[in-house]
Write a new protein. Structure first.
Length: 312
C-alpha cells in the first residue's frame, strides 16, 4: 500500500529534511516534475492565507509552479512525495483544482461545489485500487468487507493492489487507530514498506516516542486500537501480467491511467464516484486483522446504505 514511497527509501538523513534538501530531491529526477503548463515544480515556504484566487495554494502551483511547503509538516511532506510518485496525475489534478476555482469565482459562489469536493477528497484521501478479478472488485463496490478481506484474503493478496494516493491519508496512516498518539522527532524512513502489500512505513525505534495507552486497562486499550482511517478510491481493472511487473513500471502505468481519468472533466463530479476503501482491512496491514473478529466492527466496516453503493 505504501509502494509508491519505496522509490524515496534512503533519501532522507537522520534529521527532518529542510526545504533546500527537498528541492534537491525534486531536482535529482531524470525527468523534471512539472505542473500542467510544463513549469518545473519549485518549493516555497507556506505563505499567509490570501483572498485573491491567484494566491491560493492550488493556483500558485498551476500558475507559477510553486508548491508551498511548511516546515516539519508530515502533510506537506507526503504531498511532495506523492508528486514524486505520481507527477503526471498530480499535475492533472492540480489543473482540475484550478479550473474549479475559476468556475467558482465566475459563478460568484462563496463555497466550493461538488466537483471541488470530489477532487479534494481524492487528493487528500485517495486510494488507487487495481485488480484483475471482477468478483473481488464487485465485493469492494458492494461493501462486502468481511467476505472480501477475510474469506477471500488469499485472492486479495495475489490479485489486488491498493496504492495510497492521498497525502492526508498517508499522514492518517501514521496514527491509523482511534486514540493512538505517536510522535517522530527525526526524519522519515520508508525502507520497510512492502512492495506488494499494506505495511506501515518503518520508523527507526529511537525516533519513535509512543503513547499508545499501554498504561490503561485492557478494555480501554482495545477501544484505542479501533481502526479509523478510510480512503476513497478510483478502481482500475488490470491484466494479470501487471501484478507481476517491476514496481517502477506498475507505478508509471498507474500514473498514466489516473492522469487520463483526472484530465476528463466528466470524471469526479461528485464524491459518490469514489469507492469507499477501509484500508485498515487490507490483509497484511496490521496483526489485528489476522483475526476474523476484526472485521465484525461495523463502525469501521460499514455495510453502506443502498444509495451509497457505487453504480446505484
Amino acid at each position: 500500500m505504501f509502494e509508491p514511497l519505496r522509490a524515496q527509501a534512503g533519501a532522507f538523513g537522520a534529521e527532518w529534511p529542510g526545504l533546500a534538501e527537498l528541492q534537491r530531491l525534486l531536482d535529482a529526477r531524470d525527468a523534471p516534475v512539472c505542473n500542467a503548463a510544463g513549469m518545473p515544480l519549485r518549493l516555497v515556504p507556506q505563505g499567509r492565507r490570501r483572498r485573491a484566487l491567484e494566491e491560493k495554494h492550488e493556483a500558485r502551483t498551476f500558475l507559477a509552479g510553486e508548491l508551498q511547503v511548511r516546515e516539519r509538516s508530515w502533510h506537506d511532506l507526503f504531498n511532495l512525495l506523492t508528486w514524486l510518485a505520481f507527477p503526471c496525475a498530480k499535475a492533472a489534478l492540480n489543473a482540475r483544482h484550478y479550473s474549479a476555482l475559476e468556475a467558482q469565482r465566475a459563478a460568484g459562489a462563496a463555497n466550493r461545489g461538488p466537483t471541488q469536493d470530489a477532487l479534494t477528497l481524492f487528493d487528500e484521501g485517495g486510494v488507487i485500487v487495481a485488480s484483475c478479478d471482477d468478483q473481488l472488485l464487485e465485493m469492494l463496490s458492494e461493501f462486502r468487507w468481511k467476505e472480501l478481506f477475510w474469506h477471500r484474503r488469499y485472492e486479495v493478496r495475489s490479485r489486488m493492489r491498493f496504492m495510497l494516493f492521498g497525502h492526508a491519508l498517508y499522514e492518517k496512516a501514521l496514527r491509523p487507530f482511534h486514540g493512538r498518539v505517536e510522535a517522530w522527532s527525526r526524519g522519515p524512513d520508508f525502507r520497510g514498506c512492502d512492495g506488494g502489500g499494506a505495511h506501515e512505513p518503518t520508523i527507526s525505534p529511537d525516533a519513535l516516542q509512543p503513547t499508545s495507552g499501554s498504561h490503561l486497562p485492557p478494555q480501554r486499550q482495545a477501544l484505542l486500537r479501533r481502526p479509523s482511517a478510510t480512503g476513497r478510491g478510483v478502481v482500475l481493472k488490470v491484466e494479470p501480467e501487471w501484478l507481476g511487473a517491476p514496481r517502477p513500471e506498475r507505478i508509471a502505468w498507474l500514473d498514466a491511467r489516473i492522469t487520463v481519468y483526472l484530465a476528463d472533466p466528466g470524471n469526479l463530479q461528485a464524491t459518490r464516484e469514489l469507492a469507499v476503501v477501509p484500508v485498515l482491512g487490507v490483509p497484511g496491514w496490521c496483526a489485528d486483522n489476522e483475526s476474523e473478529s476484526y472485521y465484525d466492527d461495523l463502525d469501521y466496516f460499514r455495510p453502506g446504505r443502498l444509495n451509497e453503493k457505487r453504480g446505484s
